[in-house]
Design a protein around this ligand. Structure first.
Ligand SMILES: C[S@@+](CC[C@H](N)C(=O)[O-])C[C@H]1O[C@@H](n2cnc3c(N)ncnc32)[C@H](O)[C@@H]1O
Length: 269
């Protein structure tokens, strides 16, 4: 299986890691990602006093907002596999009640039942065994606590305003570099939580709409001209042709991309 750069941020060339971390910051500012997070938060409902684990916390923006939600009597553990990412999160720390730590979501270094809730956003598509990671999240959550899983359904990705055949080639290129599990992760989350015996599993698909190439490029690598050419596996010339059609659609104001991201919550029994 090909591993995504987010599966091993520390193993990337330094400039690539810096670019991906900057991309995480930018995604956190994107109105559609913020809408996904608001939707997930309404379902997660962290309470004052809760101890929350942010599993795969990236640069820590969500961990800091969860710390505000649980208040001074609660706290957040922001766990990420990548030392460079934990360092970047520490640089962004604002004094809120967050403890940043390096670790693997598939082997969480916390006692059973030690947290009230786990938030895990756009991480499971990057791990080798999502069910093992979910089992770990269930283990560390007390009975009655909640899980909130957020992930992308790359198979939902669609474009308009660009030649349909070319769009199909570009989407197929991306799907070809992912495993079926990575392509479909978002829609599988509900089944995975039901399978782990969680109750009141609630799944919300949030379809993100990108009306300009610049807006899409924040979330969709194939629209981002900064993504290096060597990442593409299409025939020579396809990337350039595609990006020029994307630009033209942007200039005509009829570019459109849609992508569904799922937010799924459930109660641990
Ligand atoms: C796409 S980023 C999402 C980060 C953050 N949750 C957000 O929404 O901004 C995926 C993150 O998962 C982390 N990650 C990947 N595999 C991991 C693992 N096995 N254990 C912990 N973190 C992991 C990466 O280092 C990266 O920071």
């Amino acid at each position: 299986m090909e591993r995504t750069p987010f599966a091993d941020l520390d193993g990337q060339p330094r400039e690539m890691t810096a670019m991906l971390l900057a991309a995480l910051d930018e995604m956190g500012r994107h109105p559609e990602i913020r809408r996904v997070r608001r939707t997930a938060l309404e379902s997660f409902r962290p309470r004052p006093g809760w101890q929350v684990l942010d599993a795969g916390s990236g640069t820590g923006e969500v961990a800091r907002s969860l710390a505000a939600a649980v208040g001074p009597s609660g706290g957040v553990i922001a766990l990420d596999y990548s030392a460079a990412t934990v360092a970047a999160a520490l640089e962004r720390h604002d004094g809120s009640n967050v403890r940043y730590t390096a670790g693997d979501v598939s082997a969480i270094d916390l006692p059973a039942g030690s947290v009230d809730g786990v938030w895990c956003e756009r991480v499971l598509q990057h791990v080798d065994d999502a069910d093992l990671a979910i089992a770990e999240m269930v283990r560390v959550t007390r009975p009655g606590g909640r899980l909130c899983l957020i992930d992308t359904d790359w198979s939902s990705l669609a474009f308009d305003g660009v030649p349909p055949g070319l769009a199909r080639t570009v989407v197929a290129d991306m799907h070809g570099r992912l495993t079926p599990r990575q392509v479909d992760m978002g829609r599988t989350l509900r089944r995975r939580l039901v399978g782990k015996g969680l109750k009141d599993v609630y799944a919300t698909p949030v379809t993100c709409v990108f009306g300009t190439p610049a807006s899409a490029a924040v979330v969709l690598p194939m629209v981002n001209p900064m993504v290096p050419e060597h990442v593409w596996t299409t025939a020579p010339g396809v990337r350039e042709k595609w990006l020029s059609h994307v630009d033209e659609a942007g200039a005509r104001s009829d570019f459109l991309a849609v992508l569904t991201i799922w937010a799924v919550t459930g109660n641990v029994v």
